[in-house]
Ligand binder design. Structure first.
Ligand code: SF4
Length: 372
């Protein structure tokens, strides 16, 4: 079964570190955009059996609920959703209200992913986030009170001015909250963002390697003690609460994206919709071309498979690799694998191989070894 991704490219404001395809101050586009996505959905002719729906962004919670409802109804008309389909909506605390959560729950949204990033107001401000820690707690309570029990939080570390102690407090705070899943990312300073300019000019400093390592050491041990399974490089789940939609990306399973800048993958071909909002709306309205296609050569597909699978603690399954590519993992990557064993970055598992705890900290290096 496939996963459905719907991109909502709207935000209340633009965070200083963000290079995602999202726009603020364009509420006049909301209706036309939703209409365009509904057209794209209605024109879809591929496999219609799905078991995950993900409204991502941007910030889906800025969209009026009636428009989100229209999108979800169109999804339900076009696709045959499995019983207990995971339906996730991303939200930010400044744009999520209690009555909205109740309506979302009534629509069938059964998982909310809340962008919190940190519980320290000064750090939130320096990131250009538009909410406070108090608003994050309120939003969480609103989601839980609406009866949505599968709640994920996004946190970040390695922030400018973030001390190890501040990060520890963020992690300790999780034990008091009704969350089932946490995604914890190291801040990446993307080129040409306001944060990047400031760092380049020497006005701000992000955490150095030693500081990041100290945060990671604390993170891995403490999340385990709190009962979270560290199942993907940046993702932690209470038992039974892995993000089913995101697992499709890491397991090289098919997904289909709708909306501006949305990506799709059918097992062989990757497609990406145009990024520009006006162009996307125009193209959908006039049935123009909205996608660019990249057919993935077998060699590249194997590399992609390896580093996506290695993101998960389950790692690479040799039999699954053979089923997909009709060659053995060892014949393609045996030498790379041995070298990474020697370096203590990779370990054997029952079904194949996976990152060691050391490999987790050097994930990007390990992934790069699989690029030929
Ligand atoms: S809320 Fe998310 S998508 Fe929107 S500007 Fe901030 S980081 Fe970017």
């Amino acid at each position: 079964m496939i996963g459905i991704y719907i991109h909502i490219p709207f935000c209340t404001g633009k965070c200083r570190y963000c290079d995602f395809p999202s726009y603020s101050g364009v509420s006049s586009y909301y209706e036309a955009y939703v209409e365009a996505v509904c057209r794209e959905l209605s024109a879809y002719t591929g496999d219609t059996r799905a078991d995950t729906v993900y409204f991502g962004g941007g910030t889906p919670s800025v969209l009026p609920t009636a428009l989100l409802e229209k999108l979800l109804h169109t999804v339900q008309q076009v696709f045959s959703l499995a019983p207990a389909t995971e339906i996730t909506a991303e939200a930010n605390p400044e744009s999520l209200r209690r009555e909205q959560c109740e309506k979302w729950a009534a629509l069938g949204i059964n998982r909310v992913s809340l962008g919190v990033q940190t519980f320290h107001d000064a750090l939130l401000q320096s990131l250009g986030r538009l909410h406070t820690a108090a608003q994050a707690y309120e939003a969480l309570q609103a989601v839980a009170a609406a009866g949505i029990t599968n709640i994920s939080l996004d946190l970040m570390y390695g922030l400018p001015g973030q001390t190890l102690q501040a990060f520890k407090e963020d992690i300790q705070t999780l034990s008091r909250l009704p969350v089932t899943h946490v995604s914890i990312y190291r801040l990446t300073v993307e080129e040409h963002t306001p944060l990047w300019h400031s760092v380049q000019a020497g006005k701000e400093r992000v955490a150095n390697a030693a500081e990041v390592e100290a945060m990671q050491q604390y993170l891995y041990g403490t999340m385990r003690q709190m009962g979270f399974e560290h199942y993907e490089i940046s993702a932690y789940a209470k038992p039974g609460y892995r993000a089913r939609h995101n697992c499709k990306y890491w397991r090289y399973e098919p997904y289909i994206g709708f909306g501006a800048a949305a990506h799709s993958f059918d097992g062989q071909t990757r497609r990406c919709n145009v990024r520009s909002l006006p162009q996307y709306i125009r193209s959908c309205t006039t049935s123009g071309r909205i996608q660019e296609e990249t057919r993935i050569a077998a060699a590249r597909a194997m590399e992609d498979y390896c580093f996506l699978a290695l993101r998960m603690r389950d790692g690479i399954d040799y039999d699954d690799f053979f089923q997909r590519f009709q060659v053995s993992f060892g014949s393609q990557f045996g030498r790379t694998e041995r070298r990474l064993y020697e370096q203590g970055l990779l370990q054997r598992t029952e079904k194949g191989c996976a990152l060691t705890p050391l490999g987790l900290a050097y994930g990007n290096y390990v992934f790069s070894r699989f690029l030929r």
